[in-house]
Write a protein of this length. Structure first.
Length: 218
């Protein structure tokens, strides 16, 4: 279990480098794209270590697993992940979208971090479904990464002069901006294609879960 804790901690530290002065120092020393390449390599290496440590760790049950939770939650997670890659001003390299006349469109009207919330739903559902210590550490690491990631991403984007206009009509927490009247849901902007793709991907993972991961999804 100690190995899994160490791997998870290193995985998290690797991803939070982008929010520290160390990133600027590394970019200055090696350039933007070499830094991104090194960052990706280290991130995948620490993820591989996490997976290895998770599989090697014994299962210590903390509560009876709520196996039905992923069946209910995961379709929403996949829809958020799928739709979040379309016209998302919070993604890396998408700052120019903040300059558009209506930067908050589609699912961004609901939350400005759909990918991160999809990841949080995925991780949280697995923590509740598994109910053991190693899953709480492994999936809890992703839950922490995504949750803090939304806050750190907002903090980094605040230096952009167009951020204030975007933040005024969006919210990190889903549906808050809509509930406060700062935005509204426009279904035709979201469309049907991307949500259906997300649901189709969920269906494939659900059907093949036992074969891919050695555990039934329910």
């Amino acid at each position: 279990m100690a190995t899994l804790l160490a791997a998870t901690a290193l995985f998290l530290l690797t991803h939070f480098v982008a929010s520290t002065p160390l990133r600027a120092m590394l970019v200055k020393a090696m350039g933007e794209w070499p830094y991104r390449g090194l960052y990706s390599l280290v991130a995948f290496a620490t993820l591989a270590w996490m997976i290895f440590a998770y599989n090697a760790a014994p299962r210590e049950l903390l509560w009876p697993g709520l196996r039905f939770v992923p069946v209910v939650v995961m379709p929403f997670a996949f829809v958020l992940l799928t739709c979040g890659y379309w016209r998302n001003p919070t993604m890396v390299g998408a700052d120019k979208l903040l300059k558009s006349e209506d930067p908050a469109r589609g699912l961004i009207r609901i939350t400005r971090h759909p990918i991160m919330w999809g990841l949080m739903l995925w991780a949280g559902a697995h923590v509740l479904a598994r109910g053991d210590l190693k899953s709480a550490i492994f999936f809890g690491g992703f839950l922490l990464l995504a949750g803090l990631g939304t806050i750190l991403m907002d903090s980094r984007k605040k230096s952009n002069p167009d951020w204030a206009r975007f933040a005024a009509v969006t919210s990190n927490l889903p549906f808050v901006a809509v509930a406060q009247g700062r935005n509204r849901i426009v279904w035709h902007e979201i469309g049907w294609a991307r949500p259906l793709i997300g649901l189709a991907v969920f269906a494939v993972f659900f059907a093949a879960h036992a074969w891919l991961f050695g555990a039934r999804p329910y």
